[in-house]
Design a protein around this ligand. Sequence first.
Ligand SMILES: Nc1ncnc2c1ncn2[C@@H]1O[C@H](COP(=O)(O)OP(=O)(O)O)[C@@H](O)[C@H]1O
Ligand SMILES: [Mg+2]
Length: 400
Amino acid sequence: MGLEPFTRDSTIFQDENVLRDSHTPQTLIERDEELMAYQSALRPVVNGAQPKNLFLYGQTGVGKTLATKLVLERLSTDLESMKDVDLHTVFLNCKSLSSSYQVAANLINEFRQPDDKIKTTGYPTGMINQMLWDHLNDLEATHCLIVLDEVDSIGNDDDILYQVPRANDNNLVESTQIGVIGISNDFTFRDNLSARVKDSLCDEEILFSPYDANQLRRILEQRSGKAFHEDVLDENVIPLAAAFAGQSSGSARQALRRLYKAGDLARDEDAEMVTERHVREADRAVERDKVWEELLRVPTHSKLTLYALLVLEAEDELPAKRSAIYKRYRIAANQIDIDPRTDRTVHDRLSQLTLKGFLDVEEKNKGPKGGSYYQYQFSIRSELVTEALSEDSRARDLFE
Ligand SMILES: Nc1ncnc2c1ncn2[C@@H]1O[C@H](COP(=O)(O)OP(=O)(O)O)[C@@H](O)[C@H]1O
Ligand SMILES: [Mg+2]
């Protein structure tokens, strides 16, 4: 049969871009309390006072990044009429950064022109920090808000989250008042912040909880008006997509994906309408993709931990205890020149991987003397893990 002609579809989507991740809606619905807390924490800026440092947390897809964009846009707009406050904002996504050093280096580059960027490795830490203070001191602005999104990826190496929020108090930056907004997708990251970081970063904390099916339904309804032609969604489509996403994650991103995919499947079939069946198929497809994407996104030390389990699997030693996993983890880290973290870190990584549904954990009793220990194994196909690690620029070297 060969290729078919590309034809414009006119029946299902009106504007499918509205369902994509790259689309930024103008309003955040179902988050009034969080927005109120957010605006209240930033109010000192409007009064010309020192900003509070803020920590936002909650799993992925619950509106943290969108809320931040909308609140900061609004703040900038409202400040235009206030001549005595001049706000500079910096937004850095830390997803691929694994240390405070890398965050500092990338922040420096946010202040530099494209042809003047520094290399993000090789400087002494003291020098990198000084460069950052210099840029902040050079700012004309009275205030600077620094957003560090997905900052959990720096793990325990969290010194920057002490340094920057304290830059004014420690007289490192004087002419501009600095505020930091740290955002984390990972609960264990918040629990494990060192005491001094908690103390300086978390003037205010805002938890974004998962959405329930009703909230997801309203988010989808809001989006679908623009995305789809009128009357192409069967009445069960949105409730069902919302229910699936509500059960599996409470993430608006996951709900939108299901709706988009369902429309896509209907279009591929040249169907007149999107039906419940399309949503059910979309749900299965999206779940598969989600596991894959999350695997790609786990932090470096989680990837090394997964690699340790792959080694144990090859040795036919799964399920395995933490001590056995830690041993393989250290070997793997050394093999690719990454400083191994403590046993405690690997313990946290294992809990996180279990929470995300990549691993199964089983409690074993030691016998009459009491005490128990945990054994871990994969709960997803290990080939998927191998493939995902091979996509990682550093972890891939482990397979050579
Ligand atoms: N309350 C909401 N109203 C409308 N859209 C939302 C809402 N919450 C999340 N979204 C959408 O869901 C997706 C994920 O939101 P995002 O802010 O990126 O989540 P997070 O940063 O918590 O991972 C984005 O496409 C966003 O536009
Ligand atoms: Mg985000």
